[in-house]
Structure formats: structure tokens, C-alpha cells
Ligand binder design. Structure first.
Ligand code: IDC
Length: 356
């Protein structure tokens, strides 16, 4: 009996040792494999994205990361994804992350013009493109903005029901993700009032929040997202909301910077979800002097900013040369003047001593 008991003890001891050995070897091995896998995906020491910074929040005028530290999103906006679907690809976003050093992509889904989502575009295909874009950004550790690109339709209420359906479906998909931001109306314009935009936002934000209670939501402002002071005077009553300020450096200069600065100082959270270095038509000459002044404001207040546009359209604001047909892995020679400038900006090469 004693011998049998002794044997039992040995078996138990051996089992405990085997379990310990398993924990000691297998768990780190598995963790190591995960790390290695992420290491390749994330370009090794990639620390600019959501895996390091987590869910973002709005605190006063600032966007902060999960640790409460001021945080900037910066990167490219696509052109309309119905016009240029080819740039919604993982390698393109990887180039923007690893070579351009950006941490965010904005997916522009036009609602009205050029096969817009609400004007005859193939909704299933467009949704698939948005979903693919979000997946690529997610796999790469980047943040991503889903932009409901109101422009020709002028007033976001024109397609409000479509917007509700769209955001309901999308937010449900990404409810557990920390890296998706929603921009619910790019640029109301031509007389669309803040009151009307506010009423629209009051009917869209709850649709998103039903699924994702703390997603950051960007709301466009009157006059092509320039009249931000109207939002300051009558803000929305939700947390984690930011207001869009858009500029085109050839058109919008000191006066718009002054307005932006005054609003920020009074606590309005602004997000420059679209800007260009040329004029407001998306064409004309680049004005890098004015663009540089905008960058100073951006750095002073840690504003987030997305540049219009990732395409090879024959217009000044496109960052690829018209003759460039590559859809990722661009060399400097593939970039337009705008492309070269903004890439350097993202890489911190023409930042006059600002620290990232
Ligand atoms: C422009 C594109 C251009 C396209 C046009 C459609 O650059 O190729 O033909 O839209 O109307 C905005 C808008 C953005 C504009 C851009 C330049 O958000 O959609 O893109 N712009 O005009 N606001 C100010 C400028």
C-alpha cells in the first residue's frame, strides 16, 4: 500500500512538472509567435497606431489616447473610393504607414456625385470597399476614418435615412474595435445651417453610439466645414465628438487660422479631416508658404489632419503624378509636388524643430 501511495505521489509530481514545463515553454513560445506575427504586420517597432494608443477620447479641445496623452492622427484621405477604388489596398496603406510614417487613413465615400452611395452607386460594392479599407487599416495597426462625403448634396439631411442605415450597419460591424472613427458629414455647404446639421447629427450619433458607445465622431460644420464658431456657440451634447475644420492653403489663410485658434482656445475640439496645399477647387497652384503656416498651427495645438487626396488624378491636390499607375510602393519620382511635400511633412522632414 505504501509503495502504491509512493507511486501515486511520483505520478502526481511528474504531472505537475510536466504542466510546469508546458507553461514555461509553450506559453512564451505562443506569445512569441503572436509577437513575431504582429512584428511583421506592424513593421516591427511600429508604435504610432492603435495597438500602442488604444481607444481615443476627446478631452476639452484635445484628442487623447487611452493613457490620456495628447494624440495626433495624421495621414492621407483617399479620393472618392468609387472613382479610385484601386488605392483601397493593403500595400498602399502599408506604404503610407511605413514610408510616409502616417497612422491614419480616411476613406471618402461620396454620397452624391460620381456614382455616389445615394445617387446610383452600387451600394454593396461601395460598402465592401469601405469594409476592406477598414480591415486593411486594422490589420496594419492604423486608425481609420469612415467619411460620409456630403458635398454636392449640400445638406446632410437630404440623405439622412441612407446615412442612418449605413452607419447602423457599419458601427455594428466595428463595435469592438478601437481604431474606427466616424465622420458623419464631410462638408455641408450652400446655406445648410448649423441648426440643420445639428439636427442631423442628433439623429445619426445615437445610431452609432447604440453599437459603439465611445467611438470618436467627427461632425462637419457650415460653409464647407469652415464656420466652426457656430459649433462653439451651440455645441452638440455628446462626449467624444469633434468638429471638422477644412482648409485649402491657396484659398484659406490667416483669417481661418485665427478663427480656428480662437475656437480651440475656448475649448472646441477641432479635427482637420481634410485639407490641401492648393486652392479650394483641389487644383491651381500649391501655396506651400501658407500650408507651412497651417502646419505650425497644427503642431502648436496637436491637431489631427488628413490630406486630400490619394490618387493620380490630373489635379494639384492628387499626391501621385497622373502618369504614375502604381497603386502602392511609390518612389519619390511617382509623387506630385503636393505628394512630395506632404510625405515630408508626415515624416517630420519639414517640421521646423517640432517634436513628434
Ligand atoms: C474634389 C476633387 C475633384 C472632384 C470634386 C467633385 O478633388 O477631383 O472633381 O471634388 O466635386 C472639398 C471636398 C472634396 C473636393 C476638394 C477639392 O471635400 O470632395 O474634391 N474640396 O475641390 N472641399 C474643399 C475642397
Amino acid at each position: 500500500m505504501d509503495r502504491l501511495l509512493g507511486l501515486g505521489r511520483w505520478i502526481r509530481k511528474a504531472a505537475v512538472m510536466a504542466a510546469a514545463a508546458f507553461l514555461f515553454l509553450a506559453v512564451p513560445l505562443q506569445a512569441g509567435m503572436v509577437w513575431a506575427r504582429e512584428g511583421t504586420e506592424d513593421g516591427g517597432a511600429y508604435t504610432g497606431g492603435y495597438k500602442a494608443h488604444g481607444a481615443l477620447q476627446v478631452q476639452g479641445a484635445d484628442l487623447v489616447d487611452a493613457k490620456g496623452e495628447k494624440f495626433q492622427l495624421y495621414g492621407m484621405s483617399t479620393h472618392g473610393i468609387a472613382w479610385f477604388p484601386q488605392y483601397v489596398n493593403k500595400e498602399a496603406f502599408k506604404t503610407l504607414r511605413d514610408d510616409w510614417k502616417s497612422n491614419c487613413v480616411r476613406l471618402a465615400l461620396y454620397t452624391d456625385e460620381y456614382n455616389g452611395y445615394c445617387s446610383g452607386g452600387n451600394q454593396e460594392e461601395l460598402k465592401k470597399l469601405v469594409e476592406d479599407g477598414v480591415s486593411y487599416a486594422t490589420e496594419l495597426g492604423m486608425y481609420v476614418i469612415v467619411d460620409w462625403h456630403v458635398l454636392n448634396d449640400r445638406n446632410p439631411n437630404v440623405h439622412k435615412e441612407e446615412a442612418q442605415r449605413f452607419f447602423d450597419e457599419m458601427a455594428e460591424k466595428w463595435k469592438n474595435q478601437e481604431n474606427v472613427l466616424y465622420e458623419i458629414c464631410n462638408e455641408p455647404n450652400s446655406g445648410a445651417t448649423w441648426e440643420e446639421i445639428k439636427s442631423y447629427a442628433d439623429q445619426i450619433i445615437p445610431v452609432i453610439r447604440k453599437h459603439d458607445s465611445d467611438a470618436v465622431i467627427i461632425v462637419g460644420t457650415p460653409a464647407w466645414s469652415q464656420d466652426v464658431e457656430q459649433a462653439l456657440n451651440d455645441p452638440l451634447q455628446y462626449g467624444n465628438v469633434m468638429y471638422a475644420l477644412h482648409f485649402y492653403a491657396g484659398t484659406h489663410t490667416e483669417w481661418l487660422r485665427d478663427r480656428a485658434e480662437a475656437c480651440i482656445r475656448q475649448g472646441l475640439p477641432l479635427f482637420i479631416s481634410e485639407f490641401g496645399m492648393c486652392d479650394a477647387s483641389g487644383n491651381g497652384a500649391n501655396n506651400f508658404e501658407q500650408a507651412g503656416k497651417w502646419m505650425e498651427l497644427i503642431e502648436t495645438y496637436h491637431l489631427s489632419y488628413c490630406c486630400w487626396n490619394l490618387a493620380n488624378k490630373n489635379e494639384t491636390s492628387s499626391v501621385l503624378k497622373p502618369e504614375c499607375t502604381k497603386i502602392s510602393g511609390w518612389d519619390e519620382a511617382d509623387l506630385s509636388e503636393a505628394g512630395k511635400w506632404i510625405r515630408q511633412q508626415f515624416r517630420g522632414e519639414n517640421r521646423r524643430g517640432f517634436i513628434r
